[in-house]
Design a protein around this ligand. Sequence first.
Ligand SMILES: [Zn+2]
Length: 397
Amino acid sequence: MNRVRILQSLYDFGPLSRAELARVTGLSRSALTVIVEELVRQGLLTQEAARPSSPAGGKPARPLWFAPDSPPLIGVHLLPGRVEAALVSAGGKVLTKAERLFSAEPDAKAAVEALVSATAEVAGAASTTPLGVGVAVGGMVDSDTGTVVKVALAPELDGLPVGRTLQDRLSMDLVCVDMHPRAQALGDRWFGQGRGRSHFASVYTGEALGVGLVLGGDVHRGPAGAGGEVGHSIVQVDGEPCHCGQRGCWETLASHSWLRAQAANRGLPGATTLGAGALSRLAAARVPDAAELLGEWADNLAVGLVNLHQVFAPGLFILHGDTVAGGEELRSRIERALHSRIPPHPGGPPQVAFTALEDQATLLGAAGLVLSRHFNTPGPTPPRHTPPEERTRHAMP
Ligand SMILES: [Zn+2]
């Protein structure tokens, strides 16, 4: 945990001297020195050139920062029909990117080749062996085994052992696989507005809704990554049927399919492909019914945030995906709707913000999976990804 505090402080404040690090982390100088020496020995941190001493005198400080040749990270995003991969410096800069498209084949062979080839391409650009690979998947994942459980829009990926495949094909030891909103939350935590915060929620909006919750400084997963299906929390008893088989899920009221169906009912132009940007423009142009629909959608989005706030009080909701294109008008409507539906909380009213990471949030977040696993292993983590049936067998008395 102390290593994490030191690294997080460097991400938060930039290069810091030992004295400054001791002050912002609250660690004793001796505890700090032991950890810093180890990080320097591992090649992750380096002492930069001395800063001139302050007018008050004293020794010139030599700030610590990530070494230029410190092991980089690899972030991968596996989507239906597409793989994106990025080589990310330890300091959080995207160094190079690769992309592969693949066709849906029942045996997922094309998907595996695309995954391996995109990851290998960015790994090949690294001058030092990468620390590990983080993979964000747009669906449910068993984060213990690194296996895809279910991707609604790409069923050929169901059951794909992503972690084991990359370990075997690329000889990578550390491969972390997680669902996209949780990776995105780690992107916010390590590299975005979540820096320096121990609680916040990272919310993906668009065709589907997903939430990654950071509580007490770590992303919440539940056993084997089973938690986090917030899009399927039920907000309307006996509401519209959802593709998951239930009725009245948050997604049925707040995703694109709801928005587009409503826009079509109201005869708005471009209803079949409508998104937040176009709807905001229609509302600004005073097209009849557009502002009402924008308000209703903001309220439906807020309902899910209200439930999250009542249970976890994350204090900050960082929105990603399509709603960002809706601009300040949509953001402030969501925030007002959220405030109107919750009683006063001791921590003050929660904030709603748009991500500052733009389209790099998921790749940075996938890289953040590696950082979190490498520096902060809460609970036992299997050293290699084992198939679920083996895990069960080992767990038997
Ligand atoms: Zn559902």
